[in-house]
Design a protein around this ligand. Structure first.
Ligand code: PLP
Length: 362
């Protein structure tokens, strides 16, 4: 029987995804390196070299001149690994007595759900604390939740639901006062924030680790996440020996992994940093502001966009009608429509969407 190969969705009506169409150079690099495995750098040396280039590029974006890290499968893996490194470092605090045998991670309630997975698989307690009225980490609440068992404080630089940036320097100070590390989750925001005034990166604050994903705003193919660390010791805390490989140890969570994502990340960074990413950010931000104004003009409550992500409260039946009309939209936990102005989301797309909002309102 001959089967018809299914087509993937086109991106025309995808408004709530944090992935996008890869840049052509990234797509082409992914195809070329599809059959390589950066998990075995002794064998696949060319992709290993490209991974170093990608990590250097991510370091440039994140204000870290000698970055440690690797291209992960995504933000989830990078976040899990940041928690794992903090837990392991606290366990073996350089020969001095173990910091804690009941490690906790303190994070605002706006953190991505990948931290729940991290807490579960690593057997650490995740303490989430309330955010302030503008959806940012509440410093008083973080301070109150941190104690001697805290191994990691997390700040988000571009939250998944509202695109908010936590006060990273202040969170770093709280973490370090308690002997904990500070992790910044810039999985989505990392490729936008260099073009804003936010203090979010390694140069702005005493950040220890960061998630910054090429396969989101970086326009690389999936899978390409990014984990960065200031110190080699963080990566060492993740490494296991690899007896049957020519390389001696491996710090990644996955073993065999796709060279496609790695090569595409390197290619996208070569092609787009900094001017291409700046232009994209400016376009996407202008589009987000246009959409926010358009929805506000129609009487909907809109959360003012700070990065290219618009959240607005639409009636449930309108939301369902938009889904039925083919718009791939989703909602926040408290029910607002979320539109992420990724590179594939053009002004024309948003105009068509708003026209449907008008047509489908009861
Ligand atoms: N962190 C943030 C802030 C995110 O928005 C996301 C996903 O949207 C993740 C982490 C998880 O990334 P991934 O889906 O690539 O594992």
């Amino acid at each position: 029987m001959q089967r018809v190969a299914p087509e993937p969705q086109d991106f025309d009506r995808v408004l709530s995804s944090m992935c996008t169409e890869p840049h052509p150079a990234a797509r082409e690099a992914a195809v070329r390196f599809l059959a390589t495995n950066p998990g075995d750098p002794g064998t696949y040396q060319e992709i290993a070299a490209l991974e170093e280039r990608a990590v250097e590029g991510l370091g440039d974006i994140a204000g870290l001149s000698e970055p440690e890290g690797y291209v992960a499968s995504g933000g989830t893996e990078a976040n899990i690994q940041a928690v794992r490194a903090a837990r392991n470092l606290a366990r073996d605090a350089g020969g001095v007595p173990t910091k804690t045998d009941a490690p906790t991670v303190v994070a605002p309630e706006s953190v991505h759900f990948s931290f729940q997975k991290a807490a579960d698989v690593l057997d650490v307690e995740l303490r989430t604390v309330p955010v302030d009225d503008d959806y940012r980490a509440d410093l008083g609440a973080v301070e109150a939740a941190v104690d001697d068992d805290t191994v990691l404080v997390v700040g988000v630089a571009g939250t998944t639901e509202y695109g908010r940036v936590d006060p990273i320097p202040e969170l770093a100070a709280i973490a370090h006062d308690h002997g904990a590390l500070l992790h910044v989750d810039a999985a989505w925001g990392g490729f936008c924030l260099p073009f804003t005034d936010h203090a979010w990166n390694f140069a702005h604050a005493a950040v220890d680790t960061m998630t910054i994903d090429p396969h989101k705003m970086g326009q690389a193919v999936v899978p390409a996440g990014g984990l960065l660390a200031r110190d080699r010791s963080t990566l060492d805390a993740l490494a296991v020996d690899t007896p049957y490989l020519e390389s001696t140890s491996q710090a990644t969570l996955t073993g065999t992994r796709s060279g496609a994502g790695v090569a595409s990340a390197a290619a996208a960074l070569d092609e787009l940093w900094p001017d291409g990413y700046r232009e994209q950010f400016e376009t996407s931000m202008a589009d987000a502001e246009w959409l926010a104004d358009a929805l506000e003009d129609r009487g909907f409550d809109v959360v003012d966009p700070e990065l290219p992500l618009v959240a607005a409260r639409l009636p449930d039946d309108l939301f369902s009608n938009l889904r039925d009309a083919g718009w791939r939209v989703s909602r926040t936990a408290s029910g607002e429509l979320r539109v992420v102005c990724m590179p594939h989301v053009t002004r024309e797309t948003l105009q068509a969407f708003v026209a449907d909002v008008d047509a489908l309102r009861a």
